[in-house]
Design a protein around this ligand. Structure first.
Ligand code: RB5
Length: 146
């Protein structure tokens, strides 16, 4: 499993913790930065990560900015991305089971590192349930074609 990991300047420390956490699980992490606390623009990171997921270069993506909002909004503009911001594990799990999310985002200024790891673990462990949820996800994705 390959996960693209992207963040802005507000989330460098948390990104490093999440990268180590993923690598401990045997996951290949494609860390595309940012790697310094110098102010940078989160949309570029969200877009690049989104394109890597949609192209298949990465299986899934994890995005971190101050709130998780801006970077996920950028990723969601890439056709084929279903990114969600989650500040707790329940929504993270359901976002996979019901919404088939392919990108998880959270905020370094919102969640601590232990909670962030729980959110990641719950998201990764969950599987899309299909069935009626597939019909609804298909409806969401169809919006991109109209
Ligand atoms: C950067 O200051 C901040 O705006 C960014 O990390 C993020 O929270 C945007 O949604």
């Amino acid at each position: 499993m390959k996960i693209v990991l992207a963040n802005d300047h507000s989330a460098v420390d948390l990104k490093k913790e999440i990268r180590a956490h993923l690598e401990e699980k045997g996951i290949t992490v494609l860390d595309i930065g940012a790697n310094t606390t110098e102010s940078c623009d989160y949309p570029a990171f969200g877009e690049r990560a989104g394109r890597m997921v949609v192209s298949g270069e990465a299986d899934l993506g994890i995005l971190i900015c101050g709130t998780g909002v801006g970077i996920s909004l950028a990723a969601n503009k890439v056709k084929g991305v279903r990114a969600c911001v989650c500040s707790e594990p329940y929504s993270a799990r359901l976002s996979r089971q019901h919404n088939d999310t392919n990108i998880l985002a959270f905020g370094a200024r919102v969640v601590g590192s232990e909670l962030a790891k729980m959110i990641v673990d719950e998201w990764l462990a969950a599987e899309f349930e299909g069935g009626r949820h597939k019909r609804r996800v298909d409806m969401i994705m169809d919006i991109e074609n109209r």
